[in-house]
Structure formats: structure tokens, C-alpha cells
Design a protein around this ligand. Structure first.
Ligand code: ADP
Ligand code: ASP
Ligand code: MG
Length: 424
């Protein structure tokens, strides 16, 4: 008998019949003798719809109210799922993040979990019931206000609960069969990974592979929680995210490349005509940081000798574009740059693999694949196990497919299936 934390994403509980299907799965795990804690996301695209609704009421909703609004999505799905499980003759109780003991800092909209005190969850499970927990939310103890963990945060709730409850495994149920070598929505020939290390999964998640949210992988690595990513629509074995060595006799391939990720959520700012003297880059990035904006890639052009001026470009989340541009414009006189250019039609492709540490020629092969496909590279950045490039947004899909093929990642078997979801 094991303690299993199961998390069901929005596409797995999109409507009443999906909720009943998930309830059956939960009841089966319970009847098989396991202790089961379930974390659930809001139904379908509910969170996006609530955000749209708020935008219709006011262009700048107060963050506190926004968090109260968004936590409502998970309350709907958790109670409906508890009812559906109950209807199958298995006792189930639902809990908000606060009731489940998910304690966070005070940052509305992007709160971090600072503690988990799941005594009510433990009691519920000890009494033989299934505990259902609303994902993506917690409470800040100093204000007693509810907070949300940022988009995709139910994954983090699940891993944090699994760590705190010392669960045997955290199962993340979604609308694809696991973690693939690329997003199956873009690359139908993507291959499912049997296993992936925390480091590779961290880079994939940080580079836009939204099948797992970055923070949940950080959490899992810190506490050594094994994650099994799988589909709620099939019984196929999914992908194991772990650093534990494979069991003896199990053949695990060690490919150079784990996968190709893409990200359409960034924008590029170019600061044009910056005086090429010490201290200007520091000032620019101080200003951007003090606006609360995290930046990703940076490129500084060679300065033109005759003018002594240079251009500095950097990428950032497009949602922070307005804040960064406003902050820089305010400081234009003291920094002394000529103008700002803002471009939100960029895409980022990242190639990830622990094997690239020891295999020369990976960058050359990547750049050749892009050039053969006629795709221009605008920026480049690397880490030990990742190479990222910025392209035009409208050539990103083609770039991902070209690179996937160039690294022999295409599957020779069936096409990857996307069972649900709208991809929103
Ligand atoms: P959920 O609602 O279950 O949380 P998400 O939409 O957040 O699901 O994540 C699942 C989606 O992640 C898939 O439908 C797929 O389009 C996308 N995805 C992106 N990259 C990958 C990848 N490398 N492997 C699998 N899925 C990926
Ligand atoms: N419902 C939230 C979102 O859409 C959290 C989640 O699904 O993980 O971002
Ligand atoms: Mg998700």
C-alpha cells in the first residue's frame, strides 16, 4: 500500500463527464488499497476566462481581488470531484489551499510556498477518505489573505504536498502521455521520454515546456520527490522525472539531447544609441530590475567607433513589457540613450540535453539545421545543458520541427496524441 498524490490538470476535469472519469480513476486507486490525495486544477480554461472577465470590469484589477477571483476556479472543480467520488461509494472531502495548510509568502499572483502543514489532509486520509485539495492556492499567514502561485501552480501544490506527506510518488495527470522530446501539438512525431533527470526537466520547464511548471520541478528536486507525468485519458505508463538510477536490468538510453522546447511568451526590448562608457549597462538593468522585471537573454552590439554609441537588446516576459518600457523611458535623460524599440513578435527555441556537456558540435548542428530551413537567428544564449535562440515568432514552429529532425528525435512509431485541452 502506497501514499499517492495525484494531480489532475484543467483539461482532465474540463466538464462533468471528465470529472466522473477522473473520479473513477481515483476510486480505483483507493480500492486498490492506496491512500490517495488528489490535487485538482480549475475546469478547462476557467482561469483564463476569469482573467478575461476581470479585464472587462477594469484594466487594472487589484491583485488581492484577482487572487480571490482565481482561487474560485479550483473550488468549483474540487467540490464537484469530491461529489463524483462520493457517488461511487468512496468517501471524499475537498479542501481549499488554506484548509490544506499551504502557507505562502505575500506575493499575490506569484506566491511562493514557504510551508505545508497538512494536518487535516493527514487526518482525512487516516480515516480512510480521499482528500481533494484545490491546486494553485495558499494563504499568507501575516495578512490571512488567499494567494495564488502563478499560472500552472497546481503542479507545485501537488509536489509540495507529496513532499510534506512523504508520498511514494506524485502523479501528474494531463492531456498527453508524458514528457515528449517536443510539444506534441507542434511536433506530432515527438517521442515520449521514459525518464528525464531533474536538471533536464528544469531546463525544459524554464524554456517553455509547460507540461510541468518550473517551480514544481525545483521543489521535486530539492525534496527528491519522484514525479510520474502521464495521461488521465489512458492507462499508459508516462515519464518518470527522477535522479534515481534505473533498476538493475532496466535499459535506459542516455541520449545526448532530451528535447526541444519553445516559448512564445517573451518580448525583446532594444535600447538604441547607448553611450559606450562603463556603467551604462549596469544602470539600464538596475532600472529594469527595480521595476520588478526579470530578464532572460542580453545582447550588446559592437559599438560604432565614429559615434561611440552601442545598442543593447534583452528579452523579458511580454507581460512585463509595459513596466520595463515605462521605467526605461523615465530614465532616458540620465542614461542618455537615443530611443527604445519593443518587439513582441519573437519566439525562443531551446535545445536541452545533459549529454551536450561532453559532446562537441551540438551548437554547430543546431545552427546548420536552422540555416538549412532558412531561419534567421536573432539572439543566442547557452547554459551547460541548454542552447537557446531567438527567431521570428512566425518561424518558431518550423524551427522546432527542423531542429527536432536534425537531432534524430523523430519517432518511427505512432504519432504523439493530444487527448484534450485547447492549448490555451
Ligand atoms: P494541464 O492542464 O494538465 O496542467 P498543461 O496544458 O499545463 O496541462 O500542460 C500540458 C501541455 O503541455 C500539453 O498539452 C502540451 O501541449 C504541452 N507541452 C509542451 N511541451 C511539452 C513536452 N515537451 N512534452 C509534453 N507536453 C508538452
Ligand atoms: N488553474 C491554474 C491555471 O490555469 C493553475 C493550474 O492549472 O495549474 O494556471
Ligand atoms: Mg499545467
Amino acid at each position: 500500500m502506497a501514499l499517492i498524490v495525484q494531480k489532475y490538470g484543467g483539461s482532465s476535469v474540463a466538464d462533468a463527464s471528465s470529472i466522473k472519469r477522473v473520479a473513477k480513476r481515483v476510486a480505483e486507486a483507493k480500492r486498490a488499497g492506496h491512500d490517495v490525495v488528489v490535487v485538482v486544477s480549475a475546469m478547462g480554461d476557467t482561469t483564463d476566462e476569469l482573467i478575461d472577465l476581470a479585464q472587462q470590469v477594469t484594466p487594472l484589477p487589484p491583485q488581492r481581488e484577482m487572487d480571490i477571483l482565481l482561487t474560485a476556479g479550483e473550488r468549483i472543480s474540487m467540490s464537484l470531484l469530491a461529489m463524483a467520488i462520493h457517488n461511487l461509494g468512496v468517501d471524499a472531502k475537498s479542501f481549499t489551499g488554506q484548509q490544506a495548510g499551504v502557507i505562502t509568502d505575500e506575493a499575490y499572483g506569484k506566491a511562493r510556498i514557504i510551508d505545508v502543514t497538512p494536518s487535516r489532509i493527514r487526518d482525512t486520509v487516516a480515516r480512510g477518505s480521499v482528500a481533494i485539495v484545490a491546486g494553485f492556492q495558499g494563504v499568507n499567514p501575516s495578512t490571512n489573505d488567499v494567494t495564488t502561485l502563478g499560472r500552472g501552480g497546481s503542479d507545485t501544490t501537488a509536489v509540495a504536498l507529496a513532499a510534506s506527506l512523504k508520498a511514494d510518488v506524485c502523479e501528474i495527470y494531463t492531456d498527453v502521455d508524458g514528457v515528449f522530446t517536443a510539444d506534441p501539438r507542434i511536433v506530432p512525431s515527438a517521442r515520449k521520454l521514459e525518464r528525464v533527470s531533474y536538471d533536464e526537466m528544469l531546463e525544459l520547464a524554464a524554456s517553455g515546456a509547460k507540461v510541468l511548471v518550473l517551480r514544481c520541478v525545483e521543489y521535486a528536486r530539492r525534496y527528491g520527490v519522484p514525479i510520474h507525468v502521464r495521461s488521465s485519458f489512458t492507462t499508459h505508463t508516462g515519464t518518470l522525472v527522477t535522479d534515481q538510477p534505473a533498476a538493475e536490468g532496466e535499459i535506459v538510453e542516455q541520449p545526448i539531447i532530451a528535447g526541444v522546447a519553445h516559448d512564445r511568451s517573451e518580448a525583446k526590448i532594444t535600447v538604441v544609441g547607448v553611450p559606450d562608457v562603463p556603467g551604462k549597462a549596469a544602470r539600464i538593468f538596475e532600472v529594469v530590475a527595480s521595476a520588478g522585471v526579470n530578464i532572460d537573454m542580453i545582447v550588446q552590439n559592437v559599438s560604432v567607433a565614429a559615434t561611440g554609441l552601442t545598442d543593447i537588446s534583452f528579452t523579458l516576459p511580454a507581460t512585463d513589457g509595459a513596466a520595463a518600457t515605462a521605467a526605461l523611458s523615465e530614465h532616458q535623460p540620465d542614461i542618455g540613450f537615443a530611443s527604445l524599440q519593443y518587439d513582441d513578435t519573437i519566439g525562443k527555441l531551446s535545445l536541452i540535453g545533459a549529454g551536450m556537456r561532453s559532446h562537441p558540435g551540438v551548437s554547430a548542428r543546431l545552427f546548420a539545421a536552422l540555416s538549412d530551413a532558412g531561419i534567421n537567428i536573432e539572439m543566442i544564449s547557452t547554459s551547460e545543458i541548454r542552447i537557446s535562440v531567438v527567431t521570428r515568432a512566425d518561424s518558431l514552429d518550423e524551427a522546432v520541427r527542423a531542429v527536432h529532425t536534425a537531432f534524430d528525435l523523430d519517432s518511427t512509431e505512432d504519432e504523439a496524441v493530444v487527448y484534450g485541452g485547447t492549448g490555451r
